[in-house]
Design a protein around this ligand. Structure first.
Ligand SMILES: [Zn+2]
Length: 693
C-alpha cells in the first residue's frame, strides 16, 4: 500500500537564517509557539458536534505542532552542534515548560475523544492511509501518556516527565563537558607509531587550544588515532582510562552521572507502573515492532550464540598478535592497536593508504550518485545561511521539482556533541494550500580537514555517513503528508534503523566504491590491491563486534526490567553479569562505559538499544533482494522507496517490510553479511525471526 500522493502544489522552502538567529530570538520563537499551542488546547471545546469538527480541530493542532517542532528543532539542534553556556541555559529552561505542554496534550480527554470520534465515524474510511494511521497511532499514544490517569497519579506523571527530560539533558551535558575538559599534550616519543595525518590532526588541535606541539583530546578522531596507532602502551591506557571513566565517579566529580542514572531508572520504573506496565522495558515495547521483552532477549542470546565461535577465533588471533608485540595479556587498550596490525599483515590493508582515496567531497558526490540512480532523484548544493563554515546545504529534486532539503555538518569540533545523527527538523506535511517540504540535519564527528587538504575519511566514517544518509532518505523521500507519520515519525523505533543500516551495504560494493573514491591529489580511483584488501577485511572481527552490541542491548533491557529499579552499584552489577554471559573480550574494573551511554540515558533508545540488531535483520534481508536483482537496479530501488521509505509511519513496519520482500523477514542474510554464511558450526542457517503481527 502506498500513501496517496497529494495533488497539492509543493511549497517553496524557506530556511532559518542561522547567521542572524541569536539565543534570545530562538528562545522567543519557542515561547511564542508554545503559547499558541497551549492556547489551542485550553480553548478546545468541551462538546463536539460531529466528526468533521473533530477532524478540523485535529488538523489545527497539527499546524501548531508543526510550528513548535521546527522552532524547538532549531534550538535543540544548535544546542547540540554549537553548544555554549547561553544556549544551554535557554534550552534547560524551556525543557520543563515543553514537557508540561506535552503532558497536557497527551492527557487531554477532550482531544482523545475527538480522535476516537473520528476513528469511529464513517468519514474515517474516506481518509488517506497516512491520516488513518496518524489517528490510530495517536489513540495508542494517548494510553501511553496517561490519558486514563486521574488526580494524584495524573499530576505525578507530569512531574516525572518533566524531571526525566531535565535529567536526560544534564546527563548529556555531563558527557560533553567531561569529554571537553580532558586533553593531554604529547611529546615526540609519545607520537611514535602515529601516521603523519594523525600527527597533523593533533598539531591542529594544539593550535586550536593555543598550545604548541601536539595535543590529544577525547574528541573521537583524536582518541581513535591514539588507540589505533600509539606504540606507547601506557599512553594508550591513559587515554582509555580517561575515555571510559568520563562522567563517572572516577572522573571529575562535577560531571558525575552516577546519581542521575539511578534517578532516571527509578522514575522510568515509576512511570511504567503508573501506566499499568510491569516495568519500563515492557512499556517501551508497547510501541515497538518486537512482540515481547523475553523474545527480544532470546533473539539477542541466539545472535550471541552465532557470534561466539567466530569471536573466539578473533580473540585468539588478537592474543597471538599481542605475543608478537611482547604483550602478555590483551587489554582493552590493545585491541584497536592490534587489530590495525593484523589488518595490515593479514589483509595488507592500511587505513592510511586508503584514506587519501576517500576525500569527503568525492565521497559525498559519489553517495549522491548512488541514491540518484536508486531513487531517480537529483541532489544539488545550494547557498543557504549556515551555523559553521564547514556546513553545507543541499536540495533534492525529482522531475525538475524540489522535494526536500538537508544540511551536512560532518566534522568534529569543540562545542559539538559526539556521535552521528540525523534529525528531521521539518516534516513533509499538508499545509493549507500546499505541501510543506521536509528538511533534515545530518551530523557527524568525522576527522576534520587538516591544513589545506580536504577531509580524508576512513572507511568506518564512510559507513557512518551512509548510515545517517539512509535515515535522511527515510525522512526526505516520505510521501506521507501528515506530520505524525511523515518520514521516521510514527515508525516503530526498532524498525527505524532499517533504512540506515540498509544504506551501509553500498560501502562494500565495488561499483559503488568506484563512485565514492578518487585520490585527493591524483585523478585515480581506488587501486585494485587496496579494493581487494578492503573487501577481504570486511568480516574482520564481526564476531566480537556482534557480542559487544548484544552486551549493550542486553544491559539496556536488563536495567529496564529489574524491579525495583537498580541503584548505581546494581547497575554496575547487572553490566558485570551481562558481560559474564556474553562478552569474551577482557575488561577492567574501572570501566564506566554506562556513565556515558547517552543512547539510553539521554536519547531515544531506552529499552530499545536492541533496535540496531533487530533492524539489521530487516536491513540485511531487504538488501538481499538488491543482491539478487542488482545493486543499482532502479526498479528495485523504486520498490524499496515506495514500500519502505515513502510510507513513513503510515504502514506498520512489518507490513512495509513484507510489501517489499513479499514474505516474512529471515535471518540468513544477516548471517551471510557477517561472514557466517553457513552458520559458525557449519550447519545451514535458515532461522526465521519472530516478528510482531
Ligand atoms: Zn541510526
Amino acid at each position: 500500500m502506498t500513501t496517496a500522493v497529494s495533488s497539492l502544489p509543493l511549497a517553496t522552502i524557506d530556511l532559518p537564517d542561522f547567521n542572524q538567529l541569536g539565543v534570545d530570538e530562538l528562545k522567543q520563537n519557542v515561547h511564542s509557539a508554545l503559547q499558541q499551542a497551549q492556547q489551542q488546547i485550553e480553548q478546545f471545546p468541551e462538546q463536539l458536534h460531529d466528526a468533521q469538527q473533530a477532524l478540523e480541530l485535529i488538523f489545527e493542532l497539527d499546524h501548531v505542532e508543526n510550528q513548535l517542532q521546527q522552532r524547538w528543532g532549531v534550538l535543540s539542534h544548535l544546542n547540540a552542534v554549537k553548544n555554549s553556556a547561553e544556549i544551554r541555559q535557554v534550552y534547560q529552561d524551556i525543557l520543563p515548560v515543553l514537557s508540561d505542554y506535552y503532558t497536557q496534550l497527551g492527557q487531554h480527554k477532550g482531544l482523545y475523544q475527538a480522535y476516537q470520534m473520528v476513528q469511529a465515524s464513517p468519514a474515517f474510511t474516506g481518509l488517506n492511509p497516512a491520516q488513518q494511521a496518524a489517528i490510530n497511532l495517536a489513540i495508542r499514544d494517548f494510553k501511553l501518556t496517561g490519558v486514563a490517569l486521574e488526580g494524584e497519579a495524573k499530576a505525578r506523571y507530569g512531574k516525572i516527565s518533566a524531571r526525566l527530560s531535565e535529567l536526560s539533558s544534564t546527563f548529556s551535558n555531563h558527557v560533553l563537558d567531561a569529554t571537553q575538559a580532558w586533553s593531554m599534550p604529547l611529546d615526540d616519543a609519545q607520537l611514535q607509531g602515529l601516521p603523519e595525518s594523525s600527527i597533523g590532526l593533533l598539531k591542529q588541535l594544539a593550535e586550536q587550544h593555543k598550545q604548541t606541539g601536539a595535543l590529544a583530546t577525547l574528541d573521537f578522531p583524536a582518541y581513535l588515532a591514539i588507540m589505533t596507532y600509539a606504540d606507547d602502551r601506557n599512553l594508550r591506557e591513559t587515554f582509555y582510562r580517561a575515555y571510559v571513566t568520563r562522567a563517572s565517579e572516577l572522573g571529575d566529580p562535577q560531571f558525575d552521572n552516577s546519581e542521575l542514572m539511578q534517578e532516571i531508572l527509578q522514575l522510568r520504573q515509576e512511570m511504567a507502573e503508573l501506566l499499568g506496565f510491569k516495568d519500563y522495558a515492557e512499556y517501551s515495547l508497547a510501541s515497538k515492532m518486537a512482540p515481547s521483552v523475553d523474545e527480544v532477549k532470546q533473539f539477542l542470546l541466539d545472535l550471541a550464540d552465532k557470534a561466539r565461535v567466530p569471536a573466539q577465533k578473533e580473540l585468539a588471533q588478537l592474543q597471538q598478535e599481542a605475543s608478537a608485540h611482547g604483550i602478555e595479556q590483551v587489554a582493552p587498550w590493545d585491541t584497536a592497536y592490534l587489530a590495525e596490525k593484523i589488518k595490515l599483515r593479514e589483509y595488507k590493508l592500511s587505513q592510511e593508504e586508503l584514506k587519501p582515496y576517500f576525500p569527503a567531497p568525492v565521497v559525498i558526490s559519489g553517495l549522491f550518485k548512488i541514491v540518484e540512480r536508486l531513487y531517480g532523484i537529483q541532489i544539488e548544493e545550494k547557498q543557504a545561511p549556515i551555523w559553521n563554515s564547514n556546513v553545507h546545504y543541499y536540495e533534492v529534486s525529482e522531475y525538475g521539482e524540489v522535494i526536500a532539503g538537508f544540511y551536512f555538518d560532518l566534522f568534529a569540533r569543540s562545542g559539538k556533541r559526539g556521535g552521528a545523527w540525523m534529525s528531521g527538523f521539518r516534516s513533509r506535511m499538508k499545509i493549507r494550500n500546499a505541501i510543506q517540504l521536509p528538511i533534515a540535519f545530518m551530523v557527524g564527528n568525522f576527522t576534520p580537514p587538516v591544513g589545506n587538504r580536504p577531509a580524508l575519511l576512513t572507511h568506518d566514517e564512510l559507513v557512518t555517513l551512509f548510515h545517517e544518509f539512509g535515515h535522511g532518505m527515510h525522512h526526505l523521500l516520505t510521501e506521507a503528508d501528515v506530520i505524525h507519520v511523515a518520514g521516521t515519525h510514527g515508525v516503530a523505533w526498532d524498525a527505524v534503523e532499517l533504512p540506515s543500516q540498509f544504506m551501509e551495504f553500498w560501502t562494500w560494493d565495488e561499483e559503488a566504491l568506484s563512485l565514492i573514491s578518487r585520490h585527493f591529489e591524483r585523478e585515480e580511483t581506488l587501486p585494485s590491491e587496496l579494493l581487494n584488501a578492503l573487501l577481504a577485511a570486511r568480516y574482520f572481527q564481526t564476531g566480537l563486534q556482534t557480542l559487544r552490541q548484544v552486551e549493550f542491548a542486553l544491559f539496556d533491557l536488563n536495567i529496564h526490567s529489574t524491579v525495583p529499579a537498580p541503584d548505581t552499584l546494581q547497575i554496575q552489577q547487572i553490566l558485570n553479569e551481562v558481560r559474564q554471559q556474553v562478552a569474551i573480550l577482557p575488561t577492567v574494573a574501572y570501566n564506566r562505559f554506562q556513565h556515558s551511554f547517552s543512547h539510553i540515558f539521554a536519547g531515544g533508545y531506552a529499552a530499545g538499544y536492541y533496535s540496531y540488531k533487530w533492524a539489521e535483520v530487516l536491513a540485511s534481508d531487504a538488501f538481499d533482494r538488491f543482491e539478487q536483482e542488482g545493486l543499482f537496479n532502479a526498479e528495485t530501488g523504486k520498490a524499496f522507496r515506495d514500500a519502505v521509505l515513502a510510507v513513513g509511519g503510515s504502514v506498520d513496519a512489518l507490513t512495509a517490510f513484507k510489501n517489499f520482500r513479499g514474505r516474512e523477514p529471515q535471518l540468513d542474510a544477516l548471517l551471510r553479511h557477517n561472514g557466517w554464511s553457513n552458520g559458525p558450526d557449519g550447519s545451514p542457517a535458515s532461522d526465521s525471526v519472530s516478528t510482531a503481527g
